[in-house]
Design a protein around this ligand. Structure first.
Ligand code: ME8
Length: 513
């Protein structure tokens, strides 16, 4: 059996429901998963929740409930959000599940046995919001260098992972594949961290909420060591049978840039120590900010994903986040920009184009998409879209989603101009039947092609558009077979279209909350 395409998101902390930041990574992963499935690959798309550690313990204590109660409640909000956003994950892993805990304990035990984990004494600092150990030399004006919040002094016996041993192998891994860590700016940053010796790192805490160290009930496994292992525990690492090797290694780990070190240095080192292959690609995207500040669950301005989806719908949020910034860059999130894109790109340039086209097919051709007819400009519009259909695949494989959407919208704008310039209403009046057929046929074909390309991005909109263009069966052209996309692939059958209904009602924007 062929190896599945394996894509992951970070496991989100259960201290609170998700902001648009957490939704972003999951949407990106979903687009990738949907695209790979359309290409005919089997996919394993994993997301989940990170439920251990001091941060969760403190959040639960502040509410007077147990960490477990907090986790159950917040995981409920994650699952509801994924449902609203039409996330097509294949599995959701919680770090408190036995299938995960067993793997974490086993990995810890194996590394103690091989000498890669050893007892020691940690005397430095800890940042609870980041759940990281911080050396004196790394402090930024006495605070956490990552989140700038106060740190706590620790002096405790715990276990260390021999990270120092893996520096050379990690450098080799980076050098063997320039795409191992992306984008290139993050790769350079990580490579420069590998220029210096790596320090061994603590992987347990003297107390707290977590998975106990095997044979040491007084020690808890550090939450990052625990959480990273989800990527192998979910596909069934250390279990008999072929499942694990059909899934692992991951084809793509997605996350924001603040946790790229954990994924590209610590995690591959843990895997090397365990004798497991490293992931194939690690992509760290940028931060969504509000007024220049990172949007975070625990400080500054928050914008909760669920509120936005409930107000605007899943596809508009998906579109906005993927279109607004190239993957890898930071971007400012504002409701004004989202509404602007809703109105101009979605409602106007796409939704209206479909409506107008369908309305003309209904009015001039009794609802039947013409089976023949010629119009040179219409042919050109179709062949340009087919040409883009080939570039589309390369861009999708390289996660250049904003470029794909830009490319599609350039063609949608062209098609809108085409209606204005070819004036189908005049063609009808003048009795230029052959040209009118050609125009309508080209517009229907281009809209079907665009809807096909939008499937990974806007799953329910593309389905609805497909049903309006071809109500019986509602099939969109197959541009995913791997063959070169040609104009003929975009031409839809000569079926009867459905009554147009708006894809993106603009009244929604004027509603007063
Ligand atoms: O770090 N912009 O969990 P977390 C972009 N449990 N992405 C953002 C974002 C923003 N403003 N805010 C959050 C953890 N994210 C660990 C991970 S993995 C084994 C353990 C996204 O709940 C982004 O993907 O703090 C970031 O990496 C993740 O949420 C952090 O989620």
């Amino acid at each position: 059996m062929a190896k599945k395409y394996y894509v992951t998101t970070p496991l989100y902390y259960v201290n609170s429901p998700l902001t648009v930041g957490g939704a972003y990574t999951t949407i990106v992963a979903d687009v990738t998963a949907r695209y790979q499935r359309l290409r005919g690959r089997e996919v394993f798309f994993l997301t989940g929740s990170d439920e251990h550690g001091q941060k969760i313990q403190q959040a639960a204590r502040a509410e007077g409930i147990s960490p477990r109660q907090l986790a159950d409640r917040v995981v409920g909000s994650f699952v509801e959000l994924w449902d609203l956003l039409e996330i097509s994950h294949d599995d959701f892993i919680r770090t408190t599940e036995p299938r995960h805990e067993t793997v974490v304990k086993e990995a810890f035990r194996r590394l103690v046995e091989s000498g890669d984990i050893y007892p020691g004494k940690y005397e430095d600092w800890y940042c609870t919001p980041c759940e990281t150990f911080i050396l004196q030399s790394q402090l930024a004006e006495g605070a956490c260098p990552e989140c700038r919040r106060p740190v706590q002094r620790l002096s405790e016996e715990n276990y260390f992972f021999r990270l120092s041993r893996y520096r050379k192998e990690l450098v080799r891994l980076f050098e063997a594949d320039p795409d191992f860590v992306q984008p290139p700016s993050r790769r350079r940053e990580m490579l420069s961290r590998l220029e210096n010796e790596l320090c061994d790192i603590s992987v347990s805490r003297a107390a707290g909420w977590g998975i106990p160290v095997p044979g040491r009930a007084d020690q808890m496994i550090w939450v990052w060591f625990d959480a990273l292992l989800n990527y192998v525990s979910a596909p069934g690492c250390f279990s008999p049978g072929p499942r694990f090797s059909q899934i692992w290694p991951a084809d793509l780990h997605l996350m924001a840039k603040d946790i790229v070190w954990f994924h590209s240095i610590l995690w591959p080192a843990m895997l090397l120590a365990l004798g497991l292959p490293p992931p194939r690609r690690i992509f760290a995207h940028g931060w969504w900010t509000m007024k220049g500040e990172k949007i975070s669950k625990s400080k500054g301005e928050k914008i909760m994903a669920q509120d936005v989806v409930e107000r605007y719908g899943a596809d508009p949020l998906r579109y906005f986040m993927l279109r607004e910034i190239p993957l890898g860059q930071d971007g400012d999130f504002s409701i004004e920009s989202l509404e602007r894109r809703y109105r101009s790109d979605l409602a106007n340039e796409f939704g209206n184009l479909l409506q107008r086209t369908l309305a003309m097919i209904v009015k001039y051709r009794d609802g039947r998409i013409p089976g023949r007819g010629a119009d040179p400009r219409g042919q050109r519009i179709l062949s340009e879209l087919a040409e883009f259909g080939n570039e589309y695949h390369e861009l999708m494989e390289n996660l250049r989603f904003s470029r794909v959407l830009e490319g599609i919208w350039t063609r949608l704008r062209d098609a809108n101009r085409y209606i204005e310039e070819s004036k189908p209403w005049s063609l009808h009046r003048e009795g230029a039947a052959d040209r009118l057929d050609g125009v309508l046929r080209a517009l229907a074909g281009m809209l079907a092609g665009v809807s096909a390309m939008l499937q990974p991005f806007l799953p329910s909109t593309s389905l609805r558009a497909g049903r309006q263009l071809e109500p019986v069966g509602g099939r969109l052209p197959d541009i995913f077979s791997g063959k070169r996309v040609s104009t003929a692939d975009l031409i839809v059958g000569d079926g009867t279209v459905a009554r147009p209904e708006p894809l993106f009602p603009v009244e929604l924007l004027d509603r007063v909350e």
